[in-house]
Design a protein around this ligand. Structure first.
Ligand code: ATP
Ligand code: MG
Length: 324
């Protein structure tokens, strides 16, 4: 359904000051994966690991530096205009983190929801009313809210509107970029529950981005762990949480259950490190309690260690032992 092949997105940025040195941030650095129809996959990693850039390459919001993206076997990179609408916008929709900024504050809920539909085809107003009412009910909102503006709704209601809008074109795939991070914990749980129900009702495929493995546990069967532009671990969500194989995954899990911002290993990766990884070795080595001399010469792709799990760490057996 969604295939990403050797995808790279590098940004040339300039350091501070007028004469700041130019360097390259490898936001996505040679990522490949396949998501089956109806599957729900989570991409997890801390801030700056390249999650948003990766999913924006999938729906064409960001043009990759190199590599390919296929939807239903059709290439999407470089599509424009009508072709883009037909091959991408009808199949893939996105839900963003903060509905208060992703929804146009000057439009009523009704117009917000129908906008993507009207961008694709002409349709009678009476039909639009039916479509909107039906969608609002499906996302658990009263159709009466269709006259309101986003500013008159709660955060949770706004996110439900954003989901209704995404569903309005009957897409097959939803890209969800931290869809619950801006919400209160109790509302977060309700929205996650709604997303699970909608996936069944509409037979959707999800790619769900989050920095929180705890959130992902309830919505995704499979998890991709991303670190500085690379996927470092892949596996069934439950198994990965129970017994991580990459030291970085272990760190992410610990940070859910024992948050301690002062811990040395938890310091976020600095941006220049992203551009520096070519200097050799594993990109996690500077933060890794397992790292030894060998790790200075390996910058490996994730490799299969069992039927359903892959990891990009030569010390994975030690990590696994420590995890169990
Ligand atoms: N347009 C851009 N120009 C330059 N650098 C960029 C651009 N967009 C992203 N980056 C850099 O690419 C890296 C990955 O960013 P990205 O937004 O994909 O991370 P993320 O995993 O989504 O983070 P977060 O959890 O904070 O949303 C970061 O170092 C970021 O600064
Ligand atoms: Mg992001």
């Amino acid at each position: 359904m969604v295939e990403v092949r050797n995808l790279k997105k590098h940004f040339a940025v300039r350091g501070r000051g007028l004469w700041g040195k130019k360097y390259v941030v490898k936001a996505v650095d040679d990522v490949s994966f396949f998501v089956k129809e109806g599957e729900s996959v989570a991409i997890v990693g801390e801030s700056g690991s390249g999650k948003s850039t990766l999913i924006r390459c999938i729906n064409g919001l960001v043009k990759p530096t190199s590599g390919e993206v296929f939807l239903d076997g059709e290439p999407v990179v470089g599509l424009k205009g009508r072709e883009y609408k037909e091959k991408v916008a009808r199949k893939v929709q996105m839900v963003f983190q903060d509905p208060t900024t992703s929804l146009n504050p000057r439009l009523r809920v009704f117009d917000i929801i129908v906008e993507p539909v009207l961008a694709q085809r002409r349709i009678l107003k009476a039909h639009l009313v039916d479509i909107v009412n039906d969608l609002l009910r499906k996302v658990g909102l009263d159709p009466k809210l269709s006259d309101r503006y986003p500013g008159e709704l709660s955060g949770g209601q706004c996110q439900r509107v954003a989901i209704a809008r995404a569903l309005s074109v009957r897409p097959k795939i939803l890209l969800l970029d931290e869809p619950t991070s801006s919400l209160d914990v109790s509302v977060q749980a309700q929205v996650l529950k709604l997303l699970n129900e909608l996936r069944q009702t509409f037979h959707l495929t999800y790619i769900f981005v989050s920095h929180d493995l705890g959130v992902v546990r309830n919505v995704a069967e499979t998890v991709f762990v991303m670190y500085l532009g690379k996927i470092v671990e892949v596996g069934p969500t439950e198994k990965v949480i129970d017994r991580p194989l990459h030291p970085y995954t272990k760190l992410l899990i610990e940070s859910i259950f024992y948050p301690d911002p002062d811990a040395e290993m938890r310091k976020p990766a600095i941006m220049s490190e992203a551009g520096m990884t070519v200097n050799g070795g594993c990109r996690f080595k500077t933060r890794c309690p397992f790292s030894t001399k060998e790790c200075e010469s390996y910058d490996m792709e994730a490799f299969e260690v069992s039927k359903d799990r892959s990891v990009s760490c030569i010390k994975w057996e030690e990590v696994a032992e420590w995890s169990s």
